[in-house]
Ligand binder design. Structure first.
Ligand SMILES: NC(=O)c1ccc[n+]([C@@H]2O[C@H](COP(=O)([O-])OP(=O)(O)OC[C@H]3O[C@@H](n4cnc5c(N)ncnc54)[C@H](OP(=O)(O)O)[C@@H]3O)[C@@H](O)[C@H]2O)c1
Length: 192
């Protein structure tokens, strides 16, 4: 799978490293397109990274996400877009509506935003990644969650994005109540 990871910081770098280790073709999209990024994947311009990618993962700061989405809306058409960005302070943390408006043909998934990056770099055994996804984006998102060592837990289609985002304040509260330990994750238990 060709994955364009836009942003190569804590989140993008952790995910890109794991996916490359799992054998996926990872390209980072960045402002300065040179050299290799975390895990050794090449760094390209954002436009070059998106071009030819099957999946685009947004991992830039919340305040720049609207511009990144709008500047690349034509290229996002028809792609699976996984939104890991939290726009803290905006009416919604997610960019689902922005992406739907800019690139109506894109398949949207909300994932990798409700746990700290440490839990992607080094997942706790049995931990779940709760996610929401359009039907066409579900299987690929599950595959990419599993590839980093977390267990996918589907909470619904893209309309369930606010459900996923509700886990973010829960995670922060648990970190606080665990003395600031960010290696905290959630596990779903159910009767089969
Ligand atoms: N940190 C977490 O544990 C965590 C957890 C869940 C979700 N998130 C979300 O994930 C996103 C990224 O967080 P992070 O912790 O990975 O941040 P970070 O370490 O600061 O990395 C941000 C990345 O975005 C790039 N960037 C900044 N401004 C840009 C612009 N104008 N155009 C293109 N790229 C730009 C930076 O590029 P340069 O390398 O050029 O500076 C950097 O690679 C945020 O939306 C955050 O809310 C974070």
């Amino acid at each position: 799978m060709r994955i364009a990871v836009i942003g190569k910081g804590n989140i993008g770098g952790s995910l890109g490293t794991k996916w490359r280790e799992a054998g996926h073709d990872v390209v980072y999209g960045a402002r300065n397109a040179e050299g290799d990024g975390p895990g050794g994947a090449p760094v390209r311009s954002i436009a070059d990274a998106i071009d030819g990618a099957d999946v685009v993962v947004l991992a830039v700061p919340g305040k720049v996400a609207p511009d990144v989405i709008n500047q690349h809306k034509a290229a996002l058409a028809g792609k699976t877009v996984i939104d890991a960005v939290n726009r803290i302070g905006a009416p919604e943390f997610d960019s689902r509506a922005l992406i739907a408006e800019a690139a109506p043909q894109a398949g949207y998934a909300r994932a990798f935003n409700s746990l700290g990056w440490e839990n992607f770099a080094s997942p706790l055994p049995g931990a779940n990644m709760f996610f929401a996804a359009d039907p066409e984006a579900r299987a690929v998102t599950e595959e990419l969650i599993a590839a980093i060592g977390l267990t996918p837990a589907y909470v619904g289609d893209a309309a369930a994005t606010p459900v996923v985002d509700g886990l973010l304040p829960l995670w922060f509260a648990l970190v606080q109540q665990n003395g600031g330990n960010r290696r905290v994750a959630l596990r779903l238990v159910s009767e089969s």
